[in-house]
Design a protein around this ligand. Structure first.
Ligand code: CU
Length: 165
């Protein structure tokens, strides 16, 4: 019983800390059953992962004596396709999309489409071994150009442009 109360307080606190200041005074007064639904409740308008419905295009993450790069760095896909970023050499590499030019709903959908490999907003986990990587779905992503880069090697020009048709 005591643990249950403790858990509720903890998750309510975490929720408040991450939720961008949307106060939930009701959570305090609500008894235990509410705790299960309170924690995973997404913010209003939050997107959910949309699985790819089309082809999967591979992009290699490379670092060698010619430099650090994505291969190909410029590519075109259709909405609904997926892009599989795969570590080949010279890491650590990650995949980070530039959200500064994206509409809020597009940004939220792309972020959700990072799935379980998402480390932070529009940022993948860090990859250090051959074969590691992330497959990002572009389902529910509108036509446009999307800039991406590798955070550790951005200054060395490891970036690319993805066009969604
Ligand atoms: Cu890199």
């Amino acid at each position: 019983m005591q643990f249950k109360g403790l858990t509720l307080v903890t998750s309510a606190f975490v929720f408040a800390a991450c939720g961008g200041g949307e106060p939930k005074p009701a959570a305090e007064a609500t008894p235990a059953p509410m705790a299960e639904t309170a924690a995973p409740a997404p913010a209003a308008g939050a997107a959910t992962m949309a699985p790819a419905t089309g082809a999967t295009v591979e992009v290699k993450m490379v670092g060698d004596d010619k430099g650090f790069r994505f291969e190909p760095a410029n590519l075109t896909i259709k909405s609904g396709d997926a892009v599989k970023f795969v570590f080949v050499s010279g890491g650590p590499h990650n995949v980070a999309f530039d959200g500064s030019t994206l509409a809020a709903d597009v940004k939220a959908q792309l972020d959700a489409n990072f799935g379980s490999e998402r480390m932070a907003e529009l940022n993948s986990n860090m990859y250090m071994a051959v074969g590691q990587g992330i497959t990002i779905s572009f389902a529910k992503i509108p036509a446009g150009t999307y800039n991406f880069n590798c955070t550790p090697h951005l200054a060395m020009g490891m970036k690319g442009v993805l066009t969604v048709q």
